[in-house]
Design a protein around this ligand. Structure first.
Ligand code: SOE
Length: 402
């Protein structure tokens, strides 16, 4: 691991960056891990302090504060934002509250980190991006949590594309596969309700792969052609609860109001072609994000299930010994790895959140616009909206004659 901070004194002399987090479930735990660890691994210009965490259930949020190391717990997000000992608000709630919390936090002079997707609608995302722009003029930063950019292998892939190692891009092929909805009896959680999640696989998994594809390609998508499907339209209510649900049946089930899967093709601004698949029905696939880029000079491939590896084919090598080779991304010269373990000692999923925290602390200290910004989050939201529109119109879907 990197040099430990030189002395307790030097570390405590750094100006603090006091974090307030809203939400304490899966993403809250992952972000907590990031904030708790980052200052112990990286030499940062500011010292992250886990000031306060917020959730509606007083007992549960207190337990989360104790488990994850937060100094205080709040049950009202407005109270969290009003605290003088919070500089940055980290939003880890379902998408329906992102806009309201982010706008209030920016108005209160705080920096903001917001989980993906940025919002539930393009309109909300536009308002958030505009508010972030105004806040930036006042010295506040706003970033979206597309954490898969922060893995050493994906960051290395970006570097290699930017260095021209695959040349002119022709194809990007991405799939993000999970299987936790295969069972039709799996409960109707918030992720399956449009009013809370905005969309289904599309916003949850599709947002990640749209961002990652554009980040690696270094360019934006120009258009899409899509199919979406909801395979199981009614599911049992979680714990029999009907809270906030409009459509509850006598059988104690409720309607799934989001997509289960989204498949789309796309064209990049440069003319490169891309294909995307996001689903929660890929039986046996737990969190399988795979991406391959093919360029005129070479190809790169990454698989989240083997996240310390990047595959590279250098098409300029003589055919006789050319081929895909595995780069074990654990060298100190690889992105983020100067601070971690000796070569060969790999990292995991949670480290993407440590790196996200690292990059944001640096951006705040340097007053630099963070990436991905709220404007980047808005652009992804526009891609998601275009996918939904295309799927609804069914415009380019040609049924096969029987
Ligand atoms: C959904 O299943 C989920 O938890 C996403 O919400 C996360 O963003 C993704 O990283 C893992 O899967």
């Amino acid at each position: 691991m990197a040099q430990p901070q030189t002395s307790e004194g030097a570390e405590s002399e750094k100006p603090p960056l006091r974090i307030g987090m809203v939400g304490y479930a899966f993403m809250g735990a992952a972000h907590s891990q990031g904030w708790r660890t980052v200052g112990r691994v990286f030499d940062l210009p500011r010292r992250p302090v886990l000031a306060a965490i917020c959730g509606r259930d007083a007992t549960a949020v207190r337990a989360a504060a104790d488990r994850h190391g937060w100094a205080a717990a709040e049950t009202e997000w407005r109270a969290l934002i009003a605290r003088d000992d919070v500089d940055l608000v980290d939003i880890c709630t379902p998408g329906d509250s992102h806009a309201e919390i982010a706008l209030a936090a920016l108005a209160a002079g705080k920096h903001v980190l917001c989980e993906k997707p940025l919002a539930n609608t393009v309109e909300e995302a536009e308002t958030m991006a505009a508010a972030a722009e105004t806040a930036y003029e006042r010295g506040q930063l706003a970033m979206v949590g597309f954490n898969y950019r922060r893995l050493p292998a994906t960051a290395l892939a970006r570097r290699m594309v930017a260095e021209g190692r695959i040349g002119t891009l022709r194809h990007v092929r991405v799939t993000y596969l999970q299987d936790w909805l295969v069972d039709p009896q799996a409960p109707l959680t918030w992720r399956l309700r449009k009013e809370l999640a905005g969309s289904g696989s599309l916003g949850d998994l599709g947002a990640h792969i749209v961002d990652l594809a554009q980040y690696l390609a270094g360019e934006q998508l120009a258009g899409v052609s899509a199919l979406t499907e909801t395979f199981v339209r009614e599911r049992p209510l979680p714990g029999g609860s009907a809270r906030g649900l409009s459509a509850v049946t006598a059988a104690g089930t409720g309607q799934v109001t989001v997509d289960d899967a989204a498949v789309f093709t796309a064209r990049f601004a440069s003319g490169a072609l891309a294909s995307f698949e996001a689903t929660r029905y890929a039986t046996g696939r737990k969190n399988a994000l795979r991406i391959e880029l093919n360029g005129e000079r070479g190809s790169l491939a990454f698989d989240l299930e083997r996240l310390n590896e990047l595959w590279y084919h250098d098409g300029t090598e003589p055919d006789v010994h050319a081929g895909f080779r595995r780069i074990l991304v654990t060298e100190p010269d690889h992105p983020y790895l100067e601070a971690w373990w000796p070569p060969g000692h790999g990292l995991g999923y949670e480290h993407s959140f440590v790196h996200q925290a690292r990059d944001l602390v640096h951006a705040v200290a340097e007053g630099r616009r963070p990436e991905p910004s709220f404007a980047d989050g808005l652009q992804v939201q526009r891609v998601l909206a275009a996918v939904e529109e295309s799927a609804q119109k069914n415009s380019v879907y040609t049924p096969i004659a029987v």
